[in-house]
Design a protein around this ligand. Structure first.
Ligand SMILES: [Fe+2]
Length: 177
């Protein structure tokens, strides 16, 4: 069953439910390294809608508030810590909510509601899963450390989104543009 863009009993379309579709379990990620200078806003993540994406239609899913969790994680590291992607996952899985979100094989029909309809507080930071929906031409800007995941298209039409990572000038040193 695709998640969280479709929930049994809520869907209005008829489509096949197949285990071959990816599930947003271990695919949560940020597109920017957490070894960038956290004191500056070093970039902006852009999600643009080429075609309309309706609710539960397969839009990118994001974890609101997660950039603060990533910032807290980055601040907990020793100054000379090299980038190692698995460290963030290990840090997140200390929290029951993140661990459950990343658990494969969770076929609970209430899973989408559990993560999308109410906030969870982790160390005082409110997080919740939200689906990006919009009309052609809409643009969503997020903090670069917002965790997100692709989601399978559950509609019978192409859903097209464009994503772009913008960086602050000079954030990789004086030579970068
Ligand atoms: Fe991404």
């Amino acid at each position: 069953m695709p998640w969280p863009t479709w929930t049994p009993g809520r869907g209005t379309r008829s489509f096949s439910c197949t285990a071959t579709r990816p599930r947003p379990t271990r695919s949560w990620h940020a597109d920017y390294g957490w070894d960038l200078d956290r004191e500056l806003l070093f970039g902006v993540k852009v999600f643009a809608f080429i075609a309309g994406v309706r609710p539960r239609g397969g839009g990118t899913v994001v974890i609101t508030g997660s950039h603060r969790v990533v910032a807290r994680f980055a601040a907990s590291l020793p100054p000379q810590q090299h980038y190692e992607g698995h460290l963030l996952g290990r840090y997140l899985r200390r929290d029951d909510w993140f661990r459950a979100l990343s658990r494969p094989g969770d076929d609970d029909p209430g899973r989408a509601a559990r993560f999308m309809d109410r906030e969870h507080r982790t160390g005082g930071i409110a997080v919740r899963v939200a689906e990006l929906t919009g009309q052609p031409g809409d643009v969503v800007l997020t903090h670069p450390w917002v965790l997100h995941s692709g989601s399978p298209n559950t509609g019978g039409y192409p859903r097209m989104m464009l994503t772009k990572n913008l960086y602050r000038r000079g954030c990789f040193g004086a030579a970068s543009g």
